[in-house]
Design a protein around this ligand. Structure first.
Ligand code: MSP
Length: 512
């Protein structure tokens, strides 16, 4: 049986229009999913929409629509974005689906049967924007209003509520973090979670009675389930749970990676594992919290009117260019700034000049100087072997970095080889060899073509469109495009005819 890999994005609140933050999280998962598929894994890649709760109910009201009709409409925006971005998710879950109600109610019953849920009443602060409860000590007062650390306004809530005995899970959570040091990445975020849990956990209110838009609590439909308990459950719903015999559950649970933004780490790294442990279910292997984007140095917000629309971005710069920029510009895990200058700088400097030119120079010389046929090489020199082994070493380097979601490191390692290949072209000067030593020229062009083949295989998860065009130009068959074909065993065999090559990374016009 193939190795399996299950990666999830957060499910997006439908009240928002899709923006760069949503596209970023899903993009990172998409690159990982593509990489793992090429690397021989059976991959399940899940995304979807979070459709319940007070926030969505209020947005539906404001739109003058019943919540179901509203969510049907706006959920589609996220599906459209995913299609437009060419994301390769295997499933798109909506929390309003019947399969999800079943899973939520089943988890609830397990928690109840385990004695981890009890009825009480909640009196405290709630932020609808975050769908989160806050303690008095976490709030500050601004202009007479109580504000959560996230900046969201809070309201005082008093209502009967079921509670989850989170306080009882403190030690077991800490033991889990201890035994699984890579459960929360990056490690700076892990430390934050650890100190939060060590600070003491309070029981968590897990049902609401003052509005209706959600999954009813089994046997007490006065209550609907807290939207975060509902939302987190999506990850296991999509594996077929509560049918634990289903093939997807067997193959994919526990998930390998929940990718989330730093703002929602606590829900994923504290509440979710506690719910799962209490329900007697396995805990996911990793939660990775990435950073946030600012726009030209400014926090992105609707009120500032500087929200970045990923569709506009792609229409302006190209999909591969945007994918490359987002994964390369910022060390993954850190916050990052989007600027047009940086976007154009990378697209022109690294894609058009470094990578695009390398491929275009090499393939054009094969086309012009070798009668459009890939030459067979003569004996390799030491320089040739250095160049080839640097290229062949890349797959293992990429695997190592991707195992800790260091996308920027993978790309940097690839660019080290691209720069080396450009230096090799200059040093070998095949245009001079054309007259002086045509046989040696063929070997040099062969070495370079083989480098481009391997580079193009490896850049598929990051720049799928351009990589596939490069592989087309090198006449690499569809079935020879997985990482099983990376390396010397599948090296190019000379003799095939090339079409006139075309550049795959156009230079972007710099506008002021
Ligand atoms: N519905 C919850 C998640 C439930 S998962 C069980 C939610 N949704 S959200 O739509 O508000 O946010 C989804 C993701 O977008 C979060 O991971 C968040 O970090 C990310 N981003 C929102 N704005 C962002 C930026 N400006 N930059 C990067 N990511 C950002 O939270």
């Amino acid at each position: 049986m193939n190795k399996s890999y299950y990666v999830t994005t957060p499910i997006y609140y439908v009240n928002d229009v899709p923006h760069i933050g949503h596209a970023y999280t899903t993009l990172a998962c998409d690159a990982l999913a593509r990489f793992k598929r090429l690397d021989g894994y059976d991959v399940k890649f899940l995304t979807g929409t979070d459709e319940h709760g007070q926030k969505v109910e209020k947005s539906a009201e404001a739109a003058g629509m019943p919540p179901q009709g509203f969510t049907d409409r706006v959920s589609q925006n996220f599906r459209d974005l995913a299609d437009f971005m060419d994301f390769t998710h295997d499933d798109f879950i909506r929390t309003t689906e019947a399969r999800h109600f079943r899973a939520c109610q089943d988890i609830w019953k397990r928690l109840k049967d385990a004695g981890d849920i009890y009825l009480g009443s909640y009196a405290g602060w709630y932020a609808v924007r975050d769908e989160a409860f806050y303690g008095e000590d976490e709030l500050k007062t601004v202009d007479g209003k109580k504000i959560a650390p996230s900046g969201a306004e809070v309201d005082w809530v008093e209502e009967p509520s079921y509670f989850f005995r989170l306080s009882a899970w403190e030690d077991r959570l800490l033991a889990y973090y201890e035994a699984n040091p890579d459960f929360i990445l990056p490690s700076s975020r892990r430390n934050e979670v650890l100190s939060f849990v060590k600070g003491g956990l309070q029981d968590l209110s897990v049902s609401r009675t003052t509005f209706k838009w959600g999954v009813p609590v089994p046997d007490d439909d006065e209550h609907i389930m807290y939207v975060w308990l509902d939302a987190l459950t999506n990850y296991i719903t999509a594996t077929g749970y509560p049918d634990t015999d289903s093939s997807d559950y067997q193959k994919f649970w526990p998930a390998d990676l929940h990718m989330v933004g730093k703002d929602i780490l606590r829900f994923h790294a504290v509440y979710w594992p506690a719910f799962l442990m209490a329900a007697g279910l396995e805990v996911p292997k990793r939660v990775y919290a990435h950073g946030w984007w600012t726009n030209e140095g400014q926090k992105i917000s609707k009120s500032l009117g500087n929200v970045i629309d990923p569709i506009e971005l792609v229409n302006k710069y190209g999909l591969d260019q945007v994918r490359y920029f987002m994964l390369r510009e910022v060390p993954f895990g850190n916050d990052g700034d989007f600027s047009h200058r940086a976007m154009i700088g990378r697209a022109n400097g690294e894609l058009a000049n470094d990578y695009g030119n390398l491929a275009q120079r090499v393939l054009s010389m094969v086309f012009k100087n070798c009668n459009a046929a890939m030459p067979d090489p003569g004996p390799f020199t030491a320089d040739d072997n250095v160049m080839l082994s640097a290229t062949y070493g890349l797959l293992n380097t990429a695997r190592k970095h991707l195992d800790v979601q260091a996308f920027h490191e993978v790309l940097e390692a690839i660019w080290v080889v691209i720069r080396k290949a450009n230096a090799y072209v200059d040093a070998q000067a095949p245009w001079k060899l054309k007259k002086e030593d045509p046989e040696r020229m063929k070997t040099v062009l062969y070495v370079l073509s083989e480098c481009v083949r391997n580079l193009a295989l490896l850049t598929q998860p990051f720049m799928p469109e351009a990589s596939s065009k490069l592989l087309d130009q090198l006449c690499v068959a569809e079935e020879a495009r997985s990482f099983a074909s990376f390396g010397p065993e599948s090296a190019l065999k000379g003799g095939f005819q090339l079409d006139k090559p075309e550049g795959v990374f156009p230079r972007l016009d710099v506008e002021e």
